[in-house]
Ligand binder design. Structure first.
Ligand SMILES: *[C@@H]1O[C@H](CO)[C@@H](O)[C@H](O)[C@H]1NC(C)=O
Ligand SMILES: *[C@@H]1O[C@H](CO)[C@@H](O)[C@H](O)[C@H]1NC(C)=O
Ligand SMILES: *[C@@H]1O[C@H](CO)[C@@H](O)[C@H](O)[C@H]1NC(C)=O
Ligand SMILES: *[C@@H]1O[C@H](CO)[C@@H](O)[C@H](O)[C@H]1NC(C)=O
Ligand SMILES: *[C@@H]1O[C@H](CO)[C@@H](O)[C@H](O)[C@H]1NC(C)=O
Ligand SMILES: *[C@@H]1O[C@H](CO)[C@@H](O)[C@H](O)[C@H]1NC(C)=O
Ligand SMILES: *[C@@H]1O[C@H](CO)[C@@H](O)[C@H](O)[C@H]1NC(C)=O
Ligand SMILES: *[C@@H]1O[C@H](CO)[C@@H](O)[C@H](O)[C@H]1NC(C)=O
Length: 402
């Protein structure tokens, strides 16, 4: 009996080492010896799953995964829920269909020094991960790095990509995707290092959403077409020109940013809505902000401390125009000017007269009473308005003291 078992085991080992089937059948790794047999394959045609969620499994306590021989995986390599895992090394791996490294709380090093090609990369919820080595990413589909401690990315040289999503990597501050010219999917960048510099300097088209948040510097100077929503949230830079964008096929949203000025010199159309809210230093939508924009088929929401709002080429806004906040601009002026482009205007702008201190004698020290005083009276009594509307099809609106 013993003898038979030994022979069976030997035969199994030999099969694993040499037969094609051992390197071409999907495997779920449950022990160190399963890992050793993987090293016998130079190419693996299938999926390799290393999952620690079943803690009765030996693999759930593994600290190191090291597979030396494997150069190519046609399917997926999935490494997940291994709460003792500290290092992963695939020394020769140069190409894989997917690489998913998910939920490994102690993992600090992921070493794939030959890797250049991956169709679906997901490095997600590995909060201790400091080092992710790859060779030079020349071919990539989905590229997601979310919630890690990585502080630098290796060279990224792909000219095309599917999606790029880089979120919540608090140590990562240089995102250089200047090789990328075309994306078939979406971009989502948010909540990375303190002074994040985001460079997509050669990118011309994005097939999905393009959302950039929390950046200190952003270069999207060649971006021409976005097929879905375009958003800038809570960015820290002061000025930006989205200099090549001609078509935003869905919405444009600018929210919570620090900028003092922004311009879209070539943008002629927005597919759905325009939303400009809570950009506290943006006081003016001037004639250089949207000089060519002619139509907004959806709604327009402008909320902020505006002194001037000017859309030199705007001819129609089909949806609701909603104006709110407090600045030097009054509802009367705003509504009257926009009325040639929009028929449905909901305005609650409060006029703040900051050229005079006379308001203080009302005794109201709270912002509330101060503002309500202003909103009732100042449009009529404390200022006049220069108002120029519809000149040769141009819609312009300006408020100024006389
Ligand atoms: C990837 O590894 C395989 C197997 O060693 C090799 O044939 C191939 O040339 C390598 N490709 C690259 C791009 O290094
Ligand atoms: C990651 O862990 C969380 C809880 O710790 C769990 O809900 C989630 O399903 C895990 N993700 C994967 C891909 O296993
Ligand atoms: C990466 O690969 C690209 C294209 O193969 C090459 O042009 C570039 O010099 C490489 N960069 C590095 C840093 O190896
Ligand atoms: C941002 O990074 C790009 C390329 O990585 C570099 O050319 C540019 O000077 C950087 N900008 C800032 C403001 O650091
Ligand atoms: C695009 O972004 C919007 C928010 O602007 C979101 O609701 C939507 O789900 C995103 N679409 C895709 C395909 O991710
Ligand atoms: C940003 O633009 C404003 C107004 O155009 C200008 O006063 C300011 O100096 C600019 N700031 C920077 C950092 O370029
Ligand atoms: C407005 O933006 C600031 C950041 O610039 C943020 O702290 C605040 O929560 C935002 N307020 C709203 C109502 O979104
Ligand atoms: C608002 O527009 C008027 C008239 O064009 C101009 O005099 C004034 O400087 C502008 N104010 C701001 C804050 O841009």
């Amino acid at each position: 009996m013993k003898c038979v078992l030994a022979i069976t085991a030997l035969a199994a080992y030999a099969a694993a080492a040499s037969s094609k089937s051992a390197c071409s059948t999907d495997v779920t790794i449950s022990s160190q010896s399963d890992l050793s047999s993987l090293s016998q394959c130079s190419q693996f045609n299938g999926d390799i799953v290393i999952d620690g969620s079943d803690d009765s499994d030996d693999i759930s306590t593994i600290a190191t995964i090291s597979v030396d021989g494997l150069a190519k995986i046609t399917g997926s390599l999935i490494i997940q829920n291994l709460y003792s895992l500290q290092t992963v090394s695939f020394a020769k791996l140069n190409s894989t269909g997917s690489l998913k490294v998910l939920n490994n709380t102690k993992l600090f090093k992921l070493d794939t020094p030959m890797l250049t090609s991956v169709n679906d990369l997901q490095i997600i919820n590995d909060p201790s991960l400091q080092e992710f080595n790859y060779a030079n990413m020349t071919s990539v589909g989905n590229f997601q790095i979310i919630n890690t401690y990585i502080n630098a990315l290796n060279p990224f040289s792909a000219s095309k990509a599917g999606n790029i999503e880089i979120l919540s990597n608090t140590q990562l501050s240089t995102l250089d995707f200047s090789s990328v010219e075309k994306m078939t999917g979406y971009i989502n960048i948010a909540n990375n290092g303190r002074n994040t510099n985001v460079t997509f300097s050669q990118l011309s088209t994005v097939g999905g959403n393009a959302s950039f948040a929390d950046a200190s510097a952003l270069d999207i100077g060649k971006l021409d077409t976005i097929s879905d929503d375009f958003s800038l949230y809570t960015n820290k830079f002061q000025n930006i020109s989205i200099s090549s964008l001609t078509k935003a096929q869905k919405s444009v949203t600018l929210s919570g940013n620090n900028f003092e000025s922004i311009s879209f010199p070539k943008l002629t159309s927005i597919g759905t809505s325009l939303n400009i809210v809570n950009n506290t230093n943006l006081q003016s939508i001037s004639d250089t902000t949207f000089p060519e924009l002619t139509s907004i088929p959806g709604s327009m929401v402008l909320e902020g401390s505006f002194d001037n709002i000017t859309f030199p080429s705007l001819k129609s806004v089909d949806g609701l125009v909603s104006l709110s906040g407090k600045g030097e601009l009054s509802c009367d002026d705003a509504s009257q000017a926009l009325s040639s482009a929009a028929s449905n205007i909901d305005c609650s702008l409060e006029v703040v007269d900051d050229s005079s201190d006379g308001d203080e004698e009302d005794g109201g020290s709270s912002g509330g009473s101060h503002n309500s005083h202003n909103s009732k009276t100042s449009a009529a009594s404390s200022r006049d308005t220069i108002f120029a509307a519809v000149v040769g099809g141009a819609l312009a609106l300006a408020a100024a003291y006389v």
